[in-house]
Write a protein that binds this ligand. Sequence first.
Ligand code: PAD
Ligand code: ZN
Length: 366
Amino acid sequence: MTKAAVCREIGQPLEVVDVEVDAPHAGEVKIRLAASGVCHSDLSVQNGTLLQPIPAVLGHEGAGIIEEVGEGVTDLKVGDHVVISWVPQDGTCFYCTHDQPELCESGLLAMMTGGLIDGTSRFTENGVPVLQMASTGTFSEVTVVPAISAIKIRDDMPLPQAALIGCGVLTGFGAAANTADIKPGDTVAVVGCGGVGLNVIQGAKHMKAATIIAVDKMDHKLEMAKQFGATHTVNAGDGDPVAKVLELTEGRGADHTFEVIGYTATIEQAYNMARRGGETIIVGVPDMEANFPTNGFGIVFGEKTIKGSWYGSSDVHRDIPRYVELYQKGELLLDELISRKIDLTGVNEAFAAMGSGEVARSVITY
Ligand code: PAD
Ligand code: ZN
């Protein structure tokens, strides 16, 4: 038995209940979680924005220690410290062999079924299967994931900070470092400075962008954005943020703009903040029915690029150890992302705090 936060019904609070966890099958590992961040995508499942079959244990940003390994797992052992990837990257499919492991076919299959790679889950409640968000389910003291989703890290890396790498850092930092084409000296605008957006900002700084304009509606988020590398801030609630960004970029717009909220209105703003010849990277996950209109002539005449970014275009096996190293060298801020540490029963309050823009990240520690 383990305690887990289950989403049973869209729009209803998660329920913290006792669930059974099966032993890992072949090619899987059981992990005792040390920590799980609460990401906006968890809230988006709970409120129906993001499709995930339910009932399911939510949570997809976690780190912990291997407790049991399934048959055939040779590269991980009991006691290893790991960060969990919410995209299993099998290394063999079309996408993995074409340098786009974030689009792994095994990962897609797992995501669509709501289970692990074979479509089944290792959680049950009174004999009834409970699915696992994005083949993870980190809102639980213990979980079972595909071994390819458990990335070994150094034992001296603190696990609550490591958990944040599993989604916020890979997604945000990766969007700047992998998806976008930032050159030293470039100008960047980031719309939305939550747990993911702050990582876009530190990724842009790492790529040596000279000007980084942070846009958010909360002043304390803009203060945090400066700490993460923003050189200018724009409060979106105070006049037209597009006009403000144009003003800061000699009327041209930024070279690279990022939307990190998930609203069509802010996607349009980010698009209009990009200069002619510039690119807009969409990181925020909009409602699955959402379309955003843009002027066809404008996109051609402006030679603009709109690009989605899934999981920061990350290769988790390459990037996770690299982020641990950057943190240990003091070049990646993680402590500052943790607004509060909570226990599992506080998960619904963490959703409320996130919905109102209060926190960068609430982190559940077990
Ligand atoms: P968050 O809730 O921590 O941050 C959102 C931020 O946007 C907050 O700071 C808000 O104050 C701010 N905000 C809200 N409305 C506005 C507005 N109108 N104008 C300006 N600022 C505003 O969320 P997060 O950082 O955890 O996640 C952000 C998005 O990224 C969300 O849509 C999530 O689902 C998505 C995501 N995408 C991927 C991916 O692979 N593409 C992965 C993980 C998360
Ligand atoms: Zn996430």
